[in-house]
Design a protein around this ligand. Structure first.
Ligand code: ADP
Ligand code: MG
Ligand code: MG
Length: 246
């Protein structure tokens, strides 16, 4: 479904990704780990089409189509969603209006039908109806921001959901609901590309179902099974980097 070949990406003239190879098939669950600054967010934002990230080599295909040059909204229409590491405040835009617009544009729903669905799903992520009339992320805690990203994902049910550290800056309770909702989306058929530093977000997810990629300096230096997550939790990255000579 997603195929990345020899991807090189520069930001402000500096090469950050240096030859990424990655294939995600429908319904698969991939985890990307790596030290700070290794290029995980750059990879996520590049797949989503953020204009700041310039592809200087290689290509990204999605369902057989070259999407390397497509705008973010065109990628969203094709079923790719990114849940941001740092969701922004959007002053003046109410959550309910934003989500209605997303459902109208991506799912062809009518606004009234969308409204009911949003309120119903919002409850599953602990938002009350009145919360939905607040501005997007304005004054929100880390946990609330990440739950709002998950709410969007739950409503859209993208073909591919990229989650950039959904576990960073969240309280324990939010962590557990976010973890359950990611698993729910996966069970409903969404392919997942999850960036994380810790195995905890994976909960009791069967490690055998996971494919884990370890990044360093803009490259994937090791790909393995889910046990890698627990190894990294225990030992950090040093041993792995020594093993592969990275
Ligand atoms: P990670 O998500 O793994 O922590 P990032 O992709 O955020 O890594 O960053 C990779 C490298 O790219 C870092 O050295 C970072 O400083 C640099 N970088 C990322 N985004 C930008 C940007 N917008 N402008 C300049 N440098 C950036
Ligand atoms: Mg980081
Ligand atoms: Mg990051």
């Amino acid at each position: 479904m997603l195929k990345i070949d020899n991807l090189h990406v520069s930001v402000d003239g500096r090469e950050i990704l240096r030859g990424i190879e990655l294939t995600v098939n429908p319904g698969e669950f991939h985890v990307v780990m790596g030290p700070n600054g290794s290029g995980k967010s750059t990879l996520a934002l590049t797949i989503a089409g953020h204009p700041k990230y310039r592809v200087t080599g290689g290509r990204i295909t999605f369902e057989g189509e070259d999407i390397t040059g497509l705008d973010p909204d065109e990628r969203a229409k094709r079923g790719i969603m990114l849940a941001f590491q740092h969701p922004h405040e959007v002053e003046g835009v109410k959550i309910i209006e934003f989500l209605q617009q997303v459902l109208v544009e991506l799912k062809g729903m009518d606004p009234a039908e969308a409204y009911d669905l949003i309120v119903e799903k919002a409850k599953e992520l602990w938002f009350k109806e009145e919360d939905l009339h607040r501005y997007v992320n304005v004054g929100f805690s880390g946990g609330e921001r990440k739950r709002l990203e998950l709410l969007q994902a739950l409503l859209i049910e993208p073909k591919l959901l990229i989650l950039d550290e959904p576990d960073s800056g969240v309280d324990v309770d939010s962590l557990s609901i976010i973890s359950r909702k990611i698993e729910e989306l996966h069970q409903r058929g969404t392919a997942i590309l999850l960036i994380t530093h810790y195995g905890r977000i994976l909960g009791h997810l069967d490690r055998e179902k996971l494919t884990v990629h370890v990044m360093k300096d803009g490259r994937i230096v090791k790909t393995g099974s889910g046990e890698l997550v627990d190894q990294i939790d225990r030992e950090g990255f040093t041993r792995i980097f020594e093993e592969v000579g990275a």
